[in-house]
Write a protein that binds this ligand. Structure first.
Ligand SMILES: [Zn+2]
Length: 632
């Protein structure tokens, strides 16, 4: 438990411009430093660091905070960890507020944990050294080469990647690591608790758990080694062993079974949480605002080596909720890049729930048949990979397509089963809008399978599939038209948006409100345009002239607001503005929907099924657009 005094001192004594300057190129501008935001992709700098206030703020994405927050966000540390890190930099001694007994206990726990990290790190360094020194290293090198990772040391991108991922070789031996750890002063018990050594079944002593394997180190978000994943290698022949002067193990080195052996759970390694490659990928993930999830460690390393840096893999498990949450700390979207085979599809379906629960938008990119991500990158370069990623589709659409595959070739019973399965899937979607969209997508696909002449069938099918559009239309018609009220509501929201802009004109330049500002109409839109003219990027020029340009309906409101801004911080103004933009979008969508429903009813009453179909398609195209989904 760190005392408040220490936290305050850390805040005071950290030069935030120097700290951020280590990773972001900053230029002095007025009273601030300005640079390209490390939290979102941008070409013109909107990231401001204010040394006096010890504060940073990005006008593009809204990221803001103090030095501690910056360290937390960029290094993926907890608050306490970030304070420790900064205290260490500033040479501040950490004063803990706990009592003596507690403090001792904490210190002891930390010391024990540190031993585990140390042991793992010593092992990783040993494996790395063995990859370049051991007489049987060529077996590991051959495996790397097979996966397009032929060491191009000392300068190449592949050598860099091998180093970044701490790739190594676990020697062909029962006790090479055990012996090395002993010499390094690591107790066998410590090594056992991180799964590096295992106790011998008979007699005393320990033996190496990883033997003759290509080793991938698993790092946590602070770059510490927390575990390993070891891939089996081809068994050396008796001749090879003799030549290398290495004694036979007596049994197959990799136990003849597992292709991969992973470290067991330990106090520092939680399988459900660890994400392979996230430490190395975190900067690219953050700036690209998305993270690619592939199946295997090899794909992560080789894509990284070829300049596709925002790639991670789950470690021998399905993508878990905990892993999804880790990724969510760095970006809002994942792209699942799995094999198109049935195992890959199962993996996609299994990943769906965790992503939804973690609030990660999930998309699925499909590789050409029989090609793995690494093949693609090697053959056609990173651009080809980006193209495949760019063509990723929403995960729900992917799942529905997978369920409906082969629909046309099925008999009636088989088709019914597929429809049931699709319905089961759509019903499992928690978000109502997402569920509606998925239902519509399934219907559209079914309509395609059933063919144009059978639209009628499709429409009746659809009624069985989801709610009744006819009933819906009747319900809507029963309501009196509220068009006038809705227009008033729009004006009201427009005023609020204008108000936020008057309070903080820099918001005019903020990227994320652009789309909202464009949506305001009429007098409000004219007022926004006038405001934009008066704003020179620094201050409002000639407020009187600005007011003169405003419509009478706006004038009193704007004058009051200019004299007495309602928002005290830019952040508040931005938040409210964005909320109002959302309201405006919803209103617009409701209006469109009401129109469609009215027309739909007309089409239904005249039995015009073509028109009905066209209307439905158009409506759902808009709904999808609204959700940021693209047409296929
Ligand atoms: Zn930003």
């Amino acid at each position: 438990v760190i005392g408040q005094e220490t936290i305050d001192r850390v805040r005071q004594q950290t030069g935030i411009a120097a700290l951020i300057g280590e990773s972001v190129k900053l230029t002095k501008r007025g009273r601030s430093h300005v640079g390209l935001c490390p939290f979102h992709k941008e070409k013109t700098p909107s990231f401001h660091v204010n040394e006096e206030r010890g504060f940073y703020h990005c006008f593009g994405c809204g990221a803001s905070g103090d030095a501690i927050k910056f360290i937390q966000e960029t290094q993926g540390l907890s608050f306490i960890e970030a304070v420790r890190d900064l205290a260490e930099r500033a040479g501040i001694e950490i004063v803990e507020t706990a009592n003596d007994a507690e403090r001792k206990q904490h210190a002891e726990a930390r010391r024990r944990q540190q031993e585990l990290y140390d042991a793992s790190n010593i092992a990783a360094a040993f494996f790395e050294r063995m990859l370049s020194e051991h007489p049987l290293r060529h077996r590991a090198q051959a495996e790397l080469e097979r996966r397009g990772l032929k060491d191009d040391a000392p300068t190449g991108a592949i050598a860099d990647a091998l180093q970044a991922f701490r790739i190594g070789y676990a020697p062909y031996s029962w006790d090479a690591l055990a012996e090395h750890l002993r010499q390094s002063g690591v107790s066998p018990r410590t090594a056992e608790s991180v799964g590096l050594l295992a106790p011998r079944k008979s007699g005393g002593g320990h033996y190496d758990r990883f033997r003759h394997r290509l080793m991938f180190a698993v790092l946590d978000l602070q770059g510490r080694v927390i575990g390993f994943s070891g891939r089996a290698l081809e068994e050396p022949s008796a001749e090879e062993l003799a030549q290398a002067g290495v004694a036979s193990l007596g049994t197959p080195s990799s136990d003849g079974v597992a292709k991969y052996v992973n470290s067991p759970e330990s106090p520092i390694y939680k399988k459900r949480e660890a994400v392979f490659g996230l430490y190395q990928a975190r900067q690219a993930v953050r700036t690209g605002e998305q993270c690619v999830v592939v199946e295997g460690n090899f794909d992560v390393v080789s894509l990284h080596a070829r300049g596709v840096g925002h790639v991670v893999a789950p470690l021998g498990t399905a993508f878990t909720l905990e892993q999804a949450r880790q990724v969510k700390r760095f970006c809002p979207t994942v792209i699942l890049l799995f094999d198109g085979d049935s195992a890959g599809r199962r993996a996609v379906r299994a990943a769906r729930g965790p992503c939804e629960e973690a609030g990660l938008a999930a998309r699925v990119a499909v590789l050409p048949d029989g090609v793995d991500p690494d093949d693609l990158a090697r053959r056609d370069g990173p651009r080809a990979v980006e193209r495949v990623l760019g063509a990723a589709r929403g995960i729900d659409e992917y799942v529905i397509d997978a369920v409906l595959e082969g629909f046309s070739g099925e008999n009636a019973r088989g088709q019914a089963a597929k429809i049931r399965e699709a319905r089961g899937f759509t019903e499992s979607i928690k978000d109502p809008t997402g569920r509606d969209l998925a239902v519509r997508y399934a219907e559209t696909r079914l309509a395609q399978f059933l063919g144009v002449s059978e639209r009628r069938t499709m429409l009746s099918l659809e009624r069985a599939f989801a709610h009744e559009p006819a009933a819906n239309a009747a319900e809507k018609r029963a309501e009196p038209p509220h068009r006038a009220r809705s227009r008033d509501r729009r004006d009201e929201i427009g005023h609020e948006i204008l108000g936020a802009l008057l309070d903080y004109p820099p918001l005019l330049d903020a990227q994320e409100v652009e789309d909202g500002i464009e949506r305001v109409e009429g007098d409000v839109a004219a007022a926004v345009a006038a405001l934009r003219q008066a704003w020179d990027g620094q201050a409002l020029q000639d407020v009187e002239q600005l007011l003169a340009k405003l419509a009478p309906s706006i004038h009193p409101f704007a004058a009051a607001r200019l004299a007495a801004p309602r928002h005290d911080t830019l952040e508040d103004a931005r938040t409210e503005l964005l909320e109002n933009v959302e309201k405006l979008k919803r209103l617009e969508f409701e209006r469109q929907k009401a129109e469609v429903v009215e027309e739909l009813h007309r089409a239904q009453s005249t039995g015009d099924s073509d028109r009905e179909f066209a209307l439905l398609s158009e409506h759902w195209r808009r709904a999808r657009e609204r959700r940021g989904l693209t047409e296929r």
